[in-house]
Design a protein around this ligand. Structure first.
Ligand code: HEM
Length: 402
């Protein structure tokens, strides 16, 4: 049953089964695909829960991504982040500012450019697995592999010292965890920003052969260089670049271990890794409500007028489980064509790093089960701590052995 404390059902909604989206999403889609919910703050927001409406809305230029707007649907007590402190965060920008900065970055993440990183990602994955095999089980897969691979990949790509990972991992966790207090989140936010500002300033003083140094040069040549903007862009890339992929590695691995038939199929045909990864992305849709916006005009959608200045959550997980687009959506099916899934969002903010994320997932799942075919959990899956209270769904620790 849907919990209700205000006039509308409470949001976020709880997952009954850790492998399924909240059951209420399907009810909303069937009964009222444009509906309203009550947020933890007590304010209300609109929720879109069908594939068609989520797509239509995310393509609409009258939806602002500016998270400093009071109506932006926040799952947390609002952080007093000023516009200056949010400067350069790509996901928070609207055009024309967003267009300018996205254009500066897009070349770094083309499918071709990312494909060239495959040997290096393979090397990083192998070295993590070498280490796991050397120490022997049990180990926490999250630290040994799930976080280690994407963190190293994004650090090396950007030119962020990997040895500093504890510093930004811890702060990222505090910022994304719904249980952190506003003060804790603001302290972590400012500390992370300070660290990244110093890092970018270092690239200005002493450019190296990395993405950040290339960006600094590009911005200087275009005469739009600004330290705060570059700091924010670095923040967007670093946080989005490791935390999300790490959660998908953990969830995908646990899902496969818990579904021996699917795993056997995958081990027998590792060349299906792209389809398996795509279906896992659809199935988990871990950045479920990150595709939220504020209306900058009255918008008629699905026969309902959403007034100007309203918060709208375009639930990509609900869209990815729409039975009119994905047959038997609650079933995992690596043979379906999942490429229309929207776990990476849709429209102008669609994930910039999606090719990189896909490649990392494909390489990690394949290599993990090839090199450690008898991998197993040391505790029943029900005992794992799933991230029900964080901005991105995932698992805190995954104890494994072999
Ligand atoms: C499985 C992993 C990932 C998932 C599920 C994911 C999901 C998403 C989603 C849903 C958005 C859209 C947010 C919105 O509409 O407001 C987004 C944007 C973004 N993602 Fe990812 N992401 C992943 C991995 C990555 C990686 C590896 C990078 C590496 C750089 C990255 C960089 C970004 C950036 C920079 C944006 C903002 C794009 C913009 O605002 O124009 N993401 N991601």
């Amino acid at each position: 049953m849907t919990e209700t404390t205000g006039a509308f059902p409470d949001f976020p909604m709880a997952r009954g089964c850790p492998f399924q989206p909240p059951a209420q999403y399907a009810e909303l889609r069937a009964e009222q695909p444009v509906s309203q919910v009550t947020l933890p703050s007590g304010s209300t927001a609109w929720v879109l829960s069908s594939y068609e409406l989520v797509r239509e809305f995310l393509a609409d230029p009258r939806g602002s991504a500016d998270r400093t707007l009071p109506a932006y649907p926040s799952m947390l007590p609002r952080q007093p982040v000023s516009s200056a402190e949010a400067k350069g965060l790509l996901t928070w920008m609207d055009p024309p500012e967003h267009t300018t900065h996205r254009r500066m970055l897009v070349n770094e993440f083309t499918t071709k450019r990312v494909a060239a990183m495959a040997p290096h990602i393979q090397q990083i994955t192998d070295s993590c697995l070498d280490e796991m095999l050397r120490t022997g089980g049990p180990v926490d897969l999250v630290q040994s592999l799930s976080l280690a691979v994407p963190s190293r990949v994004i650090c090396e790509l950007l030119g962020v010292p990997y040895d500093d990972r504890e510093l930004f991992d811890q702060r990222t966790n505090v910022i994304l965890n719904h249980q952190s207090s506003v003060e804790e989140r603001m302290t972590a936010w400012r500390a992370l920003r300070g660290y990244l500002r110093d890092l970018v300033a270092g690239k200005v003083a002493q450019p190296q052969d990395d993405l950040l140094s290339r960006l600094v040069k590009k911005y200087q040549e275009a005469e739009i260089f600004d330290l705060e903007t570059l700091t924010g862009l670095t923040n967007s890339l670093l946080v989005a670049g490791h935390e999300t992929t790490a959660n998908m590695i953990s969830l995908g691995t646990v899902f496969l271990l818990e579904h021996p038939d699917v795993l056997a199929d995958f081990k027998a045909r590792p060349e299906t890794a792209p389809q398996v990864a795509e279906e896992l992305l659809r199935y988990f849709s871990i950045a479920d409500y990150s595709t939220s916006r504020v209306t900058t005009a009255d918008i008629e959608i699905g026969g309902v007028v959403i007034p100007e200045g309203s918060g709208v959550i375009a639930l990509n997980s609900a869209a990815n489980h729409d039975e009119t687009v994905f047959e038997k959506p609650t079933e995992f099916n690596a043979h379906r064509d999942a490429r229309r899934q929207m776990a990476f969002g849709y429209g102008i903010h669609q994930c910039l790093g999606q090719s990189l994320a896909r490649l990392e997932l494909e390489i990690v799942y394949t290599t993990l089960f090839r090199r450690i075919p008898d991998l197993r959990l040391t505790v029943p899956a029900e005992q794992l701590r799933f991230k029900h209270n964080a901005a991105f769904y995932g698992i805190y620790e995954v104890p494994v052995t072999w």
